[in-house]
Design a protein around this ligand. Structure first.
Ligand code: HEC
Ligand code: HEC
Length: 364
């Protein structure tokens, strides 16, 4: 449904650009174009809570379209080689398939790009350490990060103002009267609107099972029982305490025993502690969603595990280090039980999310 609105809007804008205004018009006046944004009602799977947007940035069709175009636009990077989507690829559930991300200069960051699936429901902060409170604030960062897009916002603002299409899109999304009003604040609002639309389709086996439309196979059911500790005669794999439905995450930072560190100052990456300044938060990281997890290898904040088997082996040993969470203990599961957990994780795969036409490069 959104796509149709985009098509109509695209035609209108094309007409506007051809007939109404010279994009090189030095006064940059945009008031001939109507500003009448269409509120967007997100449809979310029945078991999800409602999503709230900040009151100064409600979702509109026009805002989302603009944000989507910016998200995929390589003009964000200094040398026009990368966009947000270079590291957050829709086909990989908005990750990049790398252990740690590489920026435009080929420099490696220290962390792995997280999936942006259901990001708009996430109330507890963004990045592995929760450094940013909102997606709007987060979106300011990659542009100027020297190991990401390595540009300056004033350069990006200039490129957006000088572009043939952006002035009209900013007008229809935010009602600006002149292209000189295009700003980083409006650009990140638009990006954030697009990001909030990145919601599960509700067609994974798990979601269909929740609605009574799918029966787990025996193996999936065993994995489910292990994951959530459902039956007395089946061991507790503890996963569900930290990876809780519907998002298969919790709004907390935890140490899942990745590093055998017994002095809090010894973590190579301090994680949450770098933000709070609390020694006891060092080595804690955001609990990531497990939806689409079989598509987002490598795993963990530093991409240390190449595949899901290595992750399960890690949990089976209980991890290490004296600051690890008490739920991290040796599980001693049999290979067949680990396979069953893997099958259960497969029920969280949402193919329709990957191919949703509204999440691809709009090609405008
Ligand atoms: C060079 C690769 C790269 C580029 C380009 C990039 N990102 Fe990221 N993104 C990352 C990495 C790596 C992280 C994790 C950073 C951390 O935790 O310190 C991240 C984290 C995020 C998060 C937080 C996710 C969460 O679950 O907490 C959001 C949202 C995000 N990026 C959006 C964007 C947007 C919007 C853009 C474009 C303006 C962008 N990214 C450009 C690599 C990239
Ligand atoms: C004590 C809380 C806790 C428990 C219990 C737990 N996890 Fe995690 N999980 C985390 C945290 C925290 C991370 C991120 C850690 C990091 O990157 O530093 C994580 C990361 C993961 C990842 C990597 C995701 C990604 O995108 O990189 C997978 C897969 C995973 N967990 C699966 C499981 C499974 C399966 C179980 C049960 C066997 C489980 N977890 C039990 C807290 C937990």
């Amino acid at each position: 449904m959104q796509s149709k609105v985009y098509q109509v809007l695209t035609l209108l804008l094309a007409g506007f650009i051809l007939t109404c205004c010279d994009p090189d018009d030095p006064d940059g006046d945009l008031t001939d174009l109507r500003y009448d944004p269409t509120p967007l009602d997100l449809s979310v799977p029945a078991e999800f809570p409602p999503m709230t947007s900040p009151s100064d940035n409600p979702l509109t069709e026009e805002g989302v379209l603009l944000g989507r175009k910016i998200f995929f636009d390589k003009l964000l990077s200094a040398d026009f080689t990368m966009s947000c989507a270079s590291c957050h690829d829709p086909q990989l559930s908005f990750t990049d398939g790398l252990a740690v991300s590489l920026g435009i200069d080929g420099l490696a960051g220290r962390r792995s790009a997280p999936s942006l699936l259901n990001i708009g429901f996430d109330p507890h902060g963004f990045h592995w350490d929760g450094k940013f409170a909102t997606v709007e604030d987060q979106a300011l960062a990659p542009i100027e990060d020297p190991i990401e897009l390595h540009n300056t916002w004033s350069q990006v603002e200039e490129r957006l103002r000088d572009d043939e299409e952006y002035p009209a899109l900013f007008r229809t999304a935010f009602g600006i009267e002149n292209k000189s009003e295009i700003s980083r604040d409006l650009a990140v609002k638009a990006i954030a609107q697009f990001e909030r639309t990145l919601v599960s389709s509700g067609s994974s086996k798990w979601d269909r099972w929740v609605r009574g439309e799918y029966d787990f196979t025996d193996e999936e059911f065993l994995g489910y029982s292990l994951f959530f500790d459902l039956e007395d005669n089946i061991p507790d794999a503890e996963c569900g305490h930290c990876h809780n439905p519907p998002f298969f995450a919790i709004q907390e930072f935890r140490n899942n025993g990745l590093d055998d560190v017994n002095d809090p100052m010894g973590f190579a990456d301090g994680g949450r502690g770098e933000i709070t300044g609390e020694a006891l938060d060092l080595g804690k990281f955001k609990v990531p969603t497990l939806r689409n997890v079989l598509l987002t290898a490598p795993y963990m904040h530093d991409g240390r595990f190449e595949n899901i088997d290595q992750v399960l082996e890690h949990y089976n040993t209980g991890g290490a280090g004296r600051y690890r969470h008490p739920l991290m203990r040796p599980l001693n599961l049999e290979p067949l039980q680990l396979e069953a957990i893997k099958s259960f994780l497969g029920t969280l795969t949402d193919e329709a999310f990957l191919t949703n036409p509204d999440f691809q490069d709009p090609g405008l």
